[in-house]
Design a protein around this ligand. Structure first.
Ligand code: HEM
Ligand code: HEM
Length: 189
């Protein structure tokens, strides 16, 4: 357990994520909570279902999530990240990094599956009816239809990955007692 307790002597602000990274992280969390709730509350989607009401909201918020995640990824890839707050063994560090990249991959691929499905149903995908977005598959496409099934399955894959991620964050905070969670939280004055 020694390595758990060995923390960097670096000042807190050098270890903390930057404000935009924190903002993107927590906006994504908020949008995902809203989106999962709508996904499960909205009426079942059948062959002739029209994209109205909660379904239309689901499509718009889903498209917004794609946009936010792409901006977030672009920022992440062009800015340095702070060093790890605790001296975890290299294997655990690699697992943490791999989980984060898996989350990014799911955050991009998973909504695109829903989008391809919406396009195959002939729906015009747009951001709140204001910004029309291009179709990702032709109307009636079999692949687009299958993407709808994948979208339902991957909802659970994303939830399990997020569950592991949250458990790890809480483990760091309450068991290892390092700054991992604090560095993703708003800075206290
Ligand atoms: C990260 C963003 C998204 C989340 C968390 C999400 C979540 C969900 C959930 C939980 C369901 C219900 C699955 C079930 O009934 O078991 C669903 C269904 C659906 N979503 Fe999404 N979704 C997202 C993005 C999108 C986007 C961007 C679109 C379209 C532009 C979309 C279109 C659909 C459609 C068409 C269905 C019905 C699929 C079917 O029943 O065949 N979703 N989504
Ligand atoms: C809704 C789902 C969530 C998703 C999709 C998500 C996604 C991510 C991703 C992709 C990163 C990597 C950041 C980077 O290095 O670029 C990250 C970091 C982090 N997340 Fe989340 N997160 C979620 C929820 C949460 C929650 C609820 C907590 C707190 C309990 C949390 C705590 C953290 C912490 C502490 C880090 C920084 C880890 C480190 O220092 O390496 N996340 N998250």
């Amino acid at each position: 357990m020694d390595f758990y307790l060995k923390t960097h002597n670096a000042p807190r602000n050098r270890l903390s994520f930057s404000a935009p990274v924190k903002l993107f992280h927590w906006i994504t969390v908020l949008l995902l909570i809203i989106q999962f709730t709508i996904g499960w509350l909205m009426p079942d989607v059948h062959k002739d279902t029209k994209p109205i009401g909660l379904i239309s909201l689901h499509v718009s918020i889903g498209s917004l999530i794609v946009l936010v995640v792409l901006i977030r990824l672009a920022w992440r890839l062009t800015h340095p990240t702070p060093p790890e707050p605790s001296a975890l063994p290299p294997l655990l560090q690699a697992v943490a990094r791999a989980t984060h990249w898996l989350l990014y991959a799911l955050l991009v691929a998973f909504p695109l599956m829903g989008w391809a499905n919406a396009s195959s149903r002939g729906w015009q995908v747009s951001l709140f009816g204001l910004v029309p977005l291009p179709p990702l598959s032709p109307t009636g496409s079999v692949l687009g239809h299958e993407m709808g099934d994948m979208h339902q399955v991957f909802a659970w894959v994303l939830l399990v990955a997020v569950g592991l991620h949250i458990s790890a964050a809480l483990f760091h905070h309450f068991i290892i007692k390092d700054d991992t969670l604090r560095r993703m939280l708003p800075r206290r004055r």
